[in-house]
Design a protein around this ligand. Sequence first.
Ligand code: MTE
Ligand code: MO
Length: 390
Amino acid sequence: KNEPVETRDRKVLLVRNETPFNAEPTLPRLIEHQVTPIPRFFKRNHGPIPQLNSAEYTLTVRVVDGPTKVWTLHELQTQFPQYEVMAALQCAGNRRDGLNEVKPVKGVIWGPGTISNAVWSGVRLRDVLLASGEGRFSEKSGARYATWHVDFQAYGLCQEAPCYGSSVPVATVLDPAQDVLLALGMNGETLPADHGYPCRVVVPGVIGARSVKWLKQITVQPEESSIFFQKRDYKILPPEANAQNLGQFWDKLSALQTMNVQSVICYPTADTWIPPGPCTIAGYAISGGGVRIDRVDVSVDNGKTWKLAVLERLLSSIDARANPALRDLPTTKHWAWTRWTYTVKSVPADAVLVCRAWDANGNTQPENPVWNYRGVMNNSWFRVDLSNRP
Ligand code: MTE
Ligand code: MO
């Protein structure tokens, strides 16, 4: 089908699938910017890009035992306080290629560039729910909804279901500290078609699959979304799961939400020509749930010895962007990625670079990939073997 190309720079994107369009930036390009320029931002689609018209756009918010409200784009723009959040989106399938090397997996074979960092602007979904619920979600009467879910449904067609969708707990949305946004803008521009125009959900700290683009309807309901992407896909299946037997595991496993701790070396790559002399190794690190990255260890000798990388601390949550003094509070959320560098005097001829991150909860990355059939959540130590380099 005809899909928009205006935000796509094919020189910096590795196209993993043409229709629907799925592409990720090359790693050296990805790490060049603190905020990923829109043409370089990874694009993950389960169907064609719907062409929506801002004048006709409506968002329906329904509570199953209560009211239904229909909001126009103009109302979303004018009737709610507008906020900014800096948050990375990361697909649960980021680094799937590393699992596929262990044993074939099912899914788009993504490299380590299925993550990007943006400044999202728009309204708090919490505010829209409060305004739609006729008092139901206030602190006094909200307890009834503590175990409920917020279901998202998208405009447009999709491959594995009639339309794309998923859900997150009501508690996540109503917690102001979680910064769940209905994004209308990205990096200071109107949200582009590729990324959900005119309105998408952004759930910081959570797998990208929950940040539904081209948002059509929100339903507050007792159960999580019954859609394929919630009940079947995006689960870490046990090692014995395969194409024939995977169905027996679906009901036993949780729908992934919070991301795990991750880090990747973006420069140099295995095929980079490295000039003699000092070399600045660079990459990204991030953890789930807004947990701060405390430390990134870098090794040039395949993990025998490690050194600390220098971290770039960003102000990402609504609160921290408004008040930088909150930057180092233990409770402050770190939704953005943390770029890091480590400079070596010279790169040994037989170098194998490795990185691993530690978050403030003491979580770190496993040394080796943990294979699962759908190839999700690969966060093993990231290695770049430079011993055969040009
Ligand atoms: N929303 C809709 N409507 N359709 C989709 O295919 N893909 C999801 C999510 N939201 C998707 C969607 C997945 S799996 C990811 S990782 C992110 O969007 C990717 O967002 P991006 O394309 O803006 O990078
Ligand atoms: Mo994803």
